[in-house]
Design a protein around this ligand. Structure first.
Ligand code: ADP
Ligand code: MG
Length: 461
């Protein structure tokens, strides 16, 4: 299964589990993350040893039955693994917190905040400001996030952070949570993935038949807090009832002067299913974009991981990786980890030679910019680059422009807003062109051919 399918599958199973298991088992279900589903075996990971034991001992059969119902496979099995690293980090962070805060009840509240965040947040506590490398592409987002962390519900409310996948949205959002838990322990922080909010809402309203009293219990859970962090709002999809409820959550918090932080892979207007009411609420505070980091920042990001882990390396090796993974920090880190693992297993130093053997990147001489893409595209179609960037009409120029826009997005992973700036047009025009070519790329021979030839000329094939 592809990652995204896997995630969907797990969401379905999770919903089934929440329906099948009694409520007191739910806190052990939420932190579970899917690690894989292969030959009927569903592997789940948790940072809670007790959670693993309780689920294994008491609910194994119920879990298996729930999985069977979703997968339709009679031989389905569930395996739950305890991830020691996640547990260790939590322990370390909790100890720091205990040292820092003297007041007993504040300490309890802060520890609870921390553990909630850890369990809801993909087992990750490394997402702090001090682990975030700041460069041109993210300095505004970083400053805004830090300002919110230092002064919640101050100037920027809501804070809406958007940008493509793997650029640090979740990292910055959780850094805010982390900072507040440590520096302002009176405040109650809640991190939630949008899918979890939606599933929680759906399972609650199903269980209670929309019973007002029970729903208000659900609502208290999300409104009786000081800072809410809602990750990946684009996953709200077309769940109308959930959106109505989210609007209620938003208004209750906002009117009480509580901080709201939201992330998304695009601006609110580009989320097709979002209600106008939510859209305008999200736009009311500060919207800030994360774009792919430049090469220096990319280099610093992996250098920091290497230095933090006391690794020995040749700088050229890091340069090579930084040069070749330019659009997504998650992939950049993945490539670096792969090279490190290889170096460790084969007991070799981390050199440029090793990195290039492991990753086998096709290096192009120059970085691929909008200008290069538009230039090569113009040449291919035999039109003037200035016409592509300008407002010239005519079928040939328009076609070339659409192809150049499509490739700009696909190759650089930049936002439509940035691409629009280069092409001197509205970002909705960029989205339209991209969508059009995307639809035609496998069915229209002329498009297929053009894309192949241009990519080749850009030395990407
Ligand atoms: P998103 O939520 O935008 O998809 P994440 O926040 O999950 O992205 O970031 C992906 C990975 O890249 C994480 O491991 C994160 O720590 C790392 N990362 C992203 N930007 C930076 C940065 N500026 N400095 C250090 N690490 C970063
Ligand atoms: Mg994220």
């Amino acid at each position: 299964m592809e990652n995204i399918e896997l995630k969907r599958f797990w969401e379905q199973v999770k919903e089934e589990l929440l329906g099948a298991l009694p409520e007191n088992a739910h806190p052990w279900i939420y932190p579970l993350e899917i690690s894989g589903y292969d030959k009927g075996v569903l592997t789940l990971v948790t940072g809670q040893m007790m959670g693993r034991d309780i689920l294994r001992r008491n609910y194994y059969d119920l879990m298996r039955e729930a999985l069977k119902r979703v997968s339709g496979d009679e031989n389905s099995r569930v395996v739950i693994i305890y991830d020691e690293n996640a547990a260790k980090t939590l322990k370390k962070e909790s100890e720091k917190l205990t040292k820092k805060i003297n007041d007993k009840s504040l300490k309890e509240q802060a520890l609870e905040n921390l553990s909630n965040m850890q369990s809801a947040a993909n087992l990750n506590l490394k997402y702090k400001f001090e682990n975030f490398v700041v460069g041109e592409s993210n300095k505004f987002a970083y400053s805004a996030a830090l300002a919110v962390a230092k002064n919640p519900a101050g100037k920027y409310n809501p804070l809406f952070i958007y940008g493509n996948s793997g650029l640090g949205k979740t990292h910055l959002m959780q850094a805010i949570g982390h900072y507040i838990i440590f520096n302002n322990p009176k405040l109650k922080v809640k991190y939630t993935k949008t899918e979890d909010y939606v599933n929680d809402y759906i399972s609650n309203s199903r269980k209670t038949n929309n019973n007002i009293e029970n729903m208000s219990k659900f609502n208290r859970k999300y409104t009786n807090i000081d800072v809410i962090l809602i990750d990946d709002i684009q996953f709200i999809e077309s769940k109308i009832k959930s959106m109505e409820n989210l609007q209620y959550t938003f208004d209750s918090l906002y009117n009480k002067g509580k901080q709201i932080v939201i992330t998304s892979d695009r601006v609110p207007k580009e989320i097709p299913t979002l209600t106008a009411a939510l859209c305008s609420r999200f736009e009311m505070g500060l919207m800030i974009e994360l774009t792919p980091p430049d090469i220096e920042t990319r280099f610093e990001i992996i250098k920091k991981i290497a230095d933090d882990n006391d690794l020995q390396y040749e700088e050229e090796a890091l340069m090579y990786i930084a040069r070749n993974f330019s659009n997504n920090v998650r992939e950049l880190e993945g490539a670096f980890t792969k090279v490190c693992a290889y170096a460790e297993i084969t007991e070799q130093p981390l050199t440029l030679k090793l990195a290039s053997e492991v990753l086998k990147c096709k290096e192009s001489d120059t970085e691929i910019t909008f200008d290069r893409i538009a230039g090569v595209t113009a040449k291919y179609f035999d039109v003037d680059i200035n016409d592509i960037k300008g407002s010239a009409r005519g079928q040939k120029v328009s076609f070339a422009r659409h192809v150049a826009i499509y490739l700009s997005r696909e190759i650089t992973n930049q936002s439509f807003v940035n691409i629009a700036e280069y092409f001197n047009k509205k970002h909705t025009t960029m989205m339209f062109a991209h969508e059009k070519i995307k639809k035609e790329k496998d069915t229209n021979k002329e498009v297929t051919e053009a894309l192949r030839e241009i990519r080749q000329a850009l030395k990407l094939l």
